[in-house]
Design a protein around this ligand. Structure first.
Ligand code: GLU
Length: 437
């Protein structure tokens, strides 16, 4: 991560809250909405002891943060990554609350994480860690309380282990407690590529507005995990020119366009990108001469140090939090459209909601139904956010936050505000003064 002045002494969570407060000036909300959203409802830190394959014992640090559940059960993924810390999980949980409100699905915001590099662990060790994590947080999750899902370095198989562990603990099947499960184990068709597909549907709308011909649009994608790979595949299949991709070790650049299916096959079989075209760093990828830049890795990638170098006209944030506030200002000043994470990557949690609905009804949807409903949701909410951006002449992130804060505000205000208590006070004063009625 680059050491720039915008990644200052304020931690990621404080910086995330600053941006919510800033956007709130564009939202029509009771001021108490922000007061209520200034702290997560609950933070759980746990120790997860795991017996390693060599017989040794390791203890991993895990978290579950439940940010807000005024609109529905807490909802959000579980990240296994060496840089997981509390400030990060709190930010990710806050972003989930905003995200679920942006796409208007009946969930609140939560997030979990374990400080671990799962690439150093065997499958059996990851399974024991996943099951141990669920045992540690089982008291606070539940189909109507808090519903985890995959995130960075966790996947459908991890979710299957977690859902199985939960059912074992509860001595009943409860598939809806975890989403992102494998199909055949209560998962939904279309959940695997839903994060990328949601962003792709948004990009379709932008392409329509800008009269894009896909063959002329050059795309660079930072990150080649679930979101990045599926985004590359969908865009490539649609005729877009995906010219660069990268993973944590660096990237490759082919100006004429990459053979995306071959890249995906190589990454799957060799766990690495093939050495094609020009080798580039992650930093160089962000500054490539492209039309669309898709950060699909981690937070704080576009910063004050490199935002001015971005040449893309549109940035689609498939990662959570890839752009700092200072980078946002620089990009906005240059006329770059940044489609914010809370909208661009909301397809994942939207299909998680579909999965939860299917688990609870016991009836399962065909793939076309998932795609149609996801496209309808993404289009509708994109239109709302886009209209807000245009009407108020503000960055798209502020517009998305404003829409989300108004929806969250409506739910929080319904629980009672200062205004509801003042008449009672007036009443008491009247009674004390001996007035009638
Ligand atoms: N981890 C994904 C996200 O950041 C999906 C969350 C979910 O499906 O609950 O949006």
């Amino acid at each position: 991560m680059s050491g720039t002045n915008d990644l200052n002494d304020r931690d990621l969570f404080q910086r995330s809250l600053d941006r919510v407060r800033h956007a709130a000036s564009h939202a029509h909300i009771d001021p108490e909405t922000l007061v209520r959203l200034s702290l997560p409802r609950r933070v759980l830190e746990v120790a997860i002891p795991v017996r390693m394959d060599d017989g040794s014992l390791k203890v991993f640090r895990g978290y579950r943060v439940q940010y807000d559940d005024s609109r529905g059960p807490f909802k959000g993924g579980i990240r296994f990554h060496p840089s997981v810390d509390l400030a990060e999980v709190k930010s990710l949980a806050l972003w989930m609350a905003l995200k679920c409100a942006v796409v208007d699905i009946p969930f609140g915001g939560g997030k979990g994480g374990v400080e671990v590099d799962p690439r150093d662990l065997s499958h059996a060790e990851v399974e024991r860690l996943a099951r141990g994590y669920v045992r540690a947080i089982a008291d606070v999750i539940g189909v109507d309380r808090d519903v985890p899902a995959p995130d960075v370095y966790t996947n459908a198989r991890t979710m299957a282990w977690m859902a199985d562990e939960y059912s074992t603990l509860m001595r009943r099947l409860e598939p809806g407690v975890i989403t992102g499960k494998p199909v055949g184990r209560g998962g939904s068709l279309g959940r695997d590529d839903a994060t990328a597909r949601g962003g792709y549907y948004v990009l379709e709308e932008i392409g329509r507005q800008r009269n894009w011909q896909p063959a002329e649009i050059r795309v660079a994608i930072q990150g080649f995990g679930n979101a990045g790979q599926h985004a590359a595949r969908l865009l490539h299949a649609d005729g877009y020119r995906v010219v660069a991709v990268s993973d944590s070790r660096g990237g490759v650049y082919v100006p004429e366009g990459l053979d995306v299916p071959a890249m995906i096959a190589h990454k799957r079989d060799q766990r690495a990108l093939p050495a094609v075209g020009t080798a580039i760093t992650n930093e160089e990828l962000l500054a490539l001469d492209v039309d669309v830049l898709v950060p699909a890795a981690l937070e704080d990638q576009l910063t004050a140090a490199n935002a001015a170098d971005v040449k893309a006209a549109v940035v689609v944030e498939l990662a959570n939090g890839p752009t700092t506030a200072e980078a946002d200002r620089i990009l906005h000043g240059k006329g770059t459209l940044v489609v914010p994470d809370v909208l661009a990557n909301a397809g994942g949690v939207t299909v998680s909601w579909f999965e939860w609905l299917q688990n609870r009804s016991g009836s399962y949807w065909v793939l076309d139904e998932v795609h149609d409903k996801l496209r309808a949701t993404m289009r509708q909410q994109f239109e709302i956010v886009h209209a807000r951006m245009t009407a108020d002449d503000i960055p798209m992130r502020d517009a998305a936050y404003a829409v989300a804060l108004e929806r969250l505000g409506a739910a929080l205000t319904a629980g009672g505000t200062a205004a509801d208590f003042q008449p009672r006070q007036a009443e008491r004063q009247r009674v004390a003064a001996g007035a009638k009625g």
